[in-house]
Design a protein around this ligand. Structure first.
Ligand SMILES: [Zn+2]
Length: 313
């Protein structure tokens, strides 16, 4: 806990900022006094110059993120248009947390390149550049040997429904506090595991979630509150993913559960943290009963562990 710190606000262009913030006020103020006393007007101007409006403040958590981490950027800014945060040419929205605090959640994955990233934070008509270091992280690897032919390739129906689900960004925030473990089974495959297929490294592959080796029929609970935004069944074409549930936790944070034996909810339902939504199974492409839980932030699969252990406000 407490891995947050304040990055001191950097004023990119102090004089431009001063003029933008104060132009409508100071000429009238200065000129008014000029009629009475040149001297008083000068003092007024000096006071304003020595006390320019504070630049907005930015808080980044965690301070030393690694591949797969979610980066929370909280901007303390005057009311007005919501600030935005740009990372690697992609601009992320911020959402109002109250008290003039706005937050963007930036996903990182094992496919990112470690090194220095520059965040561009835009608020109050100014831009601040914040360098952050994304640490490398080594993920376990698996070797998979595939025979000729292969299995089912999935249907357009399931891919289209899953793509539409992953694109959801709902302004409301439904979660509250750290996420719960969705099944009591042991973790059998962690997030981020990479693969060799027939001896060749799969560049675009990483395990996009956490697997729990829960028994067939054991309960799957919602790790956090949200709206059921996806229900997919083998009988309707979910041949790869199996029986599937997707929960929209709000603000671009989504959970997906695969290979279920049973589904206890329907699209549109609102679920609370800890509420049972289905049961573990081995439907779709699965070698045995297990729960796959994928956590997505703005369309990319991130490591759920920080969401479980520390949580994001
Ligand atoms: Zn999995």
């Amino acid at each position: 806990m407490a891995i947050s710190h304040l990055l001191s606000a950097k004023l990119i262009d102090r004089s431009r900022h001063f003029l933008q913030r104060n132009y409508p006020i100071w000429p009238i103020w200065g000129i008014k006094r000029l009629w009475f006393s040149c001297f008083a007007g000068t003092i007024g101007l000096i006071l304003l110059l020595s006390n320019p409006a504070q630049a907005f403040q930015v808080q980044v958590q965690p301070t030393s993120p690694a591949l797969g981490d979610t980066i929370s950027v909280i901007v303390q800014a005057a009311a007005g248009e919501n600030p935005t945060v740009t990372m690697r040419q992609k601009t992320y929205p911020t959402f109002n947390l109250g008290n003039n605090r706005f937050r963007a959640l930036l996903p990182t994955t094992p496919l990112d390149t470690a090194g220095t990233l520059t965040l561009q934070v835009n608020a109050e008509g100014q831009t601040q550049s914040l360098p952050i270091v994304l640490r490398s992280r080594s993920f376990p690897t698996q070797s998979i040997w595939l025979g000729e032919g292969g299995g089912p390739e999935g249907t357009d129906y399931e891919f289209n429904k899953i793509d539409a689900f992953k694109a959801l960004v709902t302004p409301e925030k439904f979660w509250n506090g750290p996420f719960l473990r969705p099944n009591q089974g042991e973790v059998s495959t962690i997030y981020g595991v990479q693969r060799y297929y027939n001896g060749e490294f799969a560049n675009d592959y990483y395990h996009r979630g956490v697997d729990y080796a829960g028994a067939e029929g054991s309960p799957v609970i919602a790790p956090a509150a949200g709206r059921i935004a996806l229900v997919g069944r083998v009988s309707e074409g979910f041949e790869l993913h199996g029986n599937t549930i997707g929960i929209d936790h709000g603000q671009g944070v989504l959970s997906i559960f695969l290979h279920l034996s049973r589904i206890d909810v329907k699209e549109g339902d609102f679920v609370q943290a800890g509420q049972q939504i289905g049961a573990v199974g081995s439907t779709g492409i699965a070698t045995g009963p297990h729960l796959h839980w994928g956590l997505y932030v703005d369309g990319l699969s991130v490591d759920p562990v920080p969401w479980r252990e520390t949580g994001f406000e």
